[in-house]
Design a binder for this molecule. Structure first.
Ligand code: GLA
Length: 347
């Protein structure tokens, strides 16, 4: 179902597409930024909870700077120094995070109108044409992001793109989840598990040093489910640099697999993350200072967590990190699934 989502400052009419399944789950996606605006799921008492942070209309997404629900590209996360080399040429990008590039550079994909190619009750496919030189990256590319809501309560996000020239691509979704409800406050009492034996150490600017550090014996160990707040204040380099969790975990295994989960004991809502990508940035909203959100919500620090599946940050400068290079005519084709349930015993 399509509804109006307001007009951008340029006068473009934005829409909201609502998808529903028989189990009472509902999600909403806008063609502005291909953002995931709502994820509604009945909790264990049957009350509908919206578990993602966001805004009421397009104006909020236009002025917001925190990437709520955003489709991020061409390269999610950071590129050290804001430049990279490909096929012997050096490309200069926007330095929008100190000297580094964050989420493609300021001409963000989530600040553009996407074209809706298909939409029905269970899926919406959005397309963005990114020309040669867009954000400084080579090679024109049509990017398609498809959101599907399944009867198994999965929100499936499929990214598909075939560049005309060799380029680099690393798309992600930047939803901020709070499984007690988007306006319920801190997530420090919610439980998280991450299927990763290691994480990529990063410097004070969040650029990986290249070291793969085992999580064993550190506060980064989420291999067994634990409450987010248990060690978040520990005197540990990564947590000091990130002011909380804000790192890339090296997901175990390969292919489409279970990567992480989050659980709220207040609502009984659990989310499981599946992806075919090698890494995932787990970010605990450390830099949400104060943000007005949906229905008058007042979002603050650590009131949500992001599970940004991706190739490792700065992979383009690290030979041993699986690369985001996509050759001309080849498909960049990846799926991340967020699956929800609200049974108390669903582990
Ligand atoms: C971006 C990243 C997050 C986090 C914040 C910090 O949003 O995607 O993981 O690093 O920046 O501001």
């Amino acid at each position: 179902m399509r509804s109006d989502f307001g007009r951008t400052t340029k006068g473009e009419a934005a829409s909201l597409y609502t998808l529903k399944n028989r189990g009472g789950m509902e999600i909403a996606v806008s063609d502005y930024g291909a953002v995931l605006v709502k994820v509604l799921i009945p909790d264990r008492d049957g009350n509908q909870q919206d578990v993602v942070l966001g805004y009421d209309d397009v104006a909020g997404y236009e002025s917001g700077t925190l990437y709520f629900g955003a489709a991020v590209g061409r390269i999610a996360n950071r590129i050290g120094g804001g430049t990279f080399e490909l096929n012997g040429r050096t490309y200069a990008l926007t330095q929008n995070d100190g000297q580094n590039t964050l989420h493609g550079g300021t001409d963000y994909f989530d600040k553009r109108m996407w074209k809706v190619e298909e939409a029905d009750d269970s899926h919406v496919a959005l397309k963005l044409y990114s020309p040669d030189g867009d954000q400084g990256f080579p090679g024109a590319v049509d990017i398609r992001v498809t959101y599907t809501l399944t009867e198994e309560n999965e929100v499936k996000i499929h990214y598909y793109a075939v560049p005309e020239e060799d380029t680099i691509l690393n798309l992600t979704n930047h939803s901020y989840f709070n499984l007690s409800g988007h306006a319920s406050g801190s997530i420090l009492d919610q439980e998280v598990m991450i299927c990763a034996d290691a994480y990529t150490r990063a410097d004070a600017e969040s650029i990986p040093t290249g070291e793969i550090v085992p999580v064993e014996g550190t506060p980064m160990d989420f291999r067994s489910r634990k409450v987010v707040g248990r060690e978040i204040e520990a005197d540990y380099e990564a947590l000091i640099f990130g002011q909380g969790y804000d790192h890339n975990w090296v997901l175990n295994g390969s292919g489409n697999r279970y990567a992480a989960s989050m659980y709220s004991d207040k609502t009984g809502i659990e989310m499981k993350v599946y992806t075919d990508l090698p890494g995932m940035q787990f970010y605990t909203g450390n830099f949400i200072v104060q943000e007005k959100g949906k229905k008058g919500a007042d979002y603050r620090r650590r009131q949500a967590a992001c599970f940004e599946t991706q190739y490792f940050p700065d992979a383009v400068h690290k030979e041993h990190f699986e690369g985001p290079v996509v050759r001309a005519g080849q498909a960049y084709d990846t799926v991340t699934t967020y699956q929800f349930s609200s049974q108390t015993s669903s582990v």
